[in-house]
Design a protein around this ligand. Structure first.
Ligand SMILES: *Cc1c(COP(=O)(O)O)cnc(C)c1O
Length: 385
């Protein structure tokens, strides 16, 4: 499989840090998604929150994916990118009135609603516009995604979704909400999930939930299983394209679609993570008493995942092929959490070397901040560099 390529000579002339997207890796990824889903009643919505770089978004739109949005800003970005509103879904526990109105004005495909109070507000705002809002109920299936606590979303003590024991209550209020059309159910159990047992368990749980609805004569036309497929952060060169075959096979084998039903997916990380890198320059190599530090010009303002979730990203020195040595790779920000990796083996590193922090395409650029009054880095792609 095609791994990311780096035009090192061009990199030398660009101010660092910057994001770099290898669009061939992205295109291959999308091709694989389409190959694994055609012939089934599967629809994939790209979760915009992972990355909204315009060129990246354009290629995703060209591949025919829909959009999964979690804010009014993302709904607008999806519309602006030319993604048809009939393929836009909108989730989130705290949708503001203006965001709901924006989505109604654009006639999006579906709201993923997370509580009874939210259903009432959507109904009220839709009534005022003389529209009918299509809604899927986000249900908390109480399935453990076995991932980091901060990115587990499908357990009962979580803020997301409607709990299983409240389903009857929600069903009982629906007939009064006359400007809402309930078209299905929605789930999202977490992120960076690599153990397919979690999805298998989700399939089993969905069948049970379908039975609850069936017992009240409600047919669920749309089943949305959310996103969360993980990627290989350790070996981006060996696994540039995530395990979509295994992922979609889990649903093909364990979820029986009824006639007229569509299964929806909301993939973010797995679509864009491996095509992106954060490119940085080494400012200083500092020899400590017990270890050496490689001090980069990139910090957690440019890629916050290591500081926020203790996430691992592979780091490579693109400009050295000297024997490897051990470094703590750190950024310049005045916080001790500004560390990309400890005891990291890099080819011997010197001031001016060019470093790639890999798998940064998802939750990288989009989470950048200006803390310490740092400028937001620019982004380049293999097509425009
Ligand atoms: C974040 C999110 C996704 C995408 O998650 P990934 O782990 O990036 O695939 C999908 N659906 C919802 C509702 C989300 O909040």
């Amino acid at each position: 499989m095609l791994k990311a390529q780096y035009p090192l000579e061009k990199f030398r002339n660009i101010p660092t840090p910057f994001y770099y997207y290898d669009l061939d890796v992205l295109r291959n990824t999308l091709k694989e998604i389409n190959e694994q889903t055609t012939g089934y009643n599967f629809e994939v919505h790209y979760a915009l929150k992972a990355n909204v770089n315009p060129e990246v978004l354009n290629i995703i739109r060209e591949a025919g994916l829909g959009a999964d949005c979690v804010s009014g800003g993302e709904v607008q970005a999806a519309v602006n990118a030319g993604i048809p509103s009939s393929k836009i879904v909108f989730a989130g526990v705290g949708k503001a009135d203006w965001e709901i109105n924006l989505a109604l004005e654009n006639d999006i495909f579906c709201f993923n609603a997370e509580s009874i109070p939210e259903l009432e507000v959507i109904n009220e705002l839709a009534t005022a516009k003389n529209k009918t809002a299509s809604v899927a109920l986000r249900i908390n299936p109480n399935v453990d995604a076995h991932t980091h606590n901060y990115i587990t979303t499908g357990l009962n003590e979580n803020k997301f979704g409607i709990n299983m024991e409240d389903i009857d209550k929600v069903i009982s209020v629906l007939p009064d909400l006359r400007n809402i059309r309930m078209i299905g159910i929605h789930f999202h159990i977490g992120s960076q999930i690599t153990d397919m047992t979690a999805y298998h368990n989700l399939c089993v749980r969905i069948s049970e939930i379908e039975d609850i609805f069936a017992s009240k004569n409600i047919f669920l036309q749309h089943i949305n299983v959310g996103g969360g497929l993980g990627i290989n952060y350790e070996h981006p060169n060996h696994f540039p394209v995530p395990e979509f075959e295994t992922y979609f096979r889990t649903f093909k084998e364990h979820f029986k679609l009824q006639p007229g039903q569509t299964l929806h997916f909301e993939l973010g990380r797995s679509v864009v993570a491996q095509c992106g890198s954060l490119i940085s320059k080494v400012l200083y190599v500092k020899e400590g008493s017990t270890k050496n530090f490689a001090i980069l010009d990139a910090g957690f303002t440019d890629l916050i995942r290591p500081a926020l979730y203790q996430a691992y990203h592979r780091i490579e020195n693109l400009s050295s092929d000297l024997p490897v040595e051990k470094y703590d790779v750190v950024g310049p920000i005045c916080e001790s959490s500004d560390v990309f990796d400890k005891d990291c083996y890099l080819n011997k590193t010197r001031r001016g070397d060019i470093i790639a922090i890999r798998s940064a395409g998802a939750y990288g650029e989009i989470m950048a901040s200006q803390y310490n009054l740092r400028a937001l880095p620019k982004a380049y792609t293999s097509d425009n560099i």
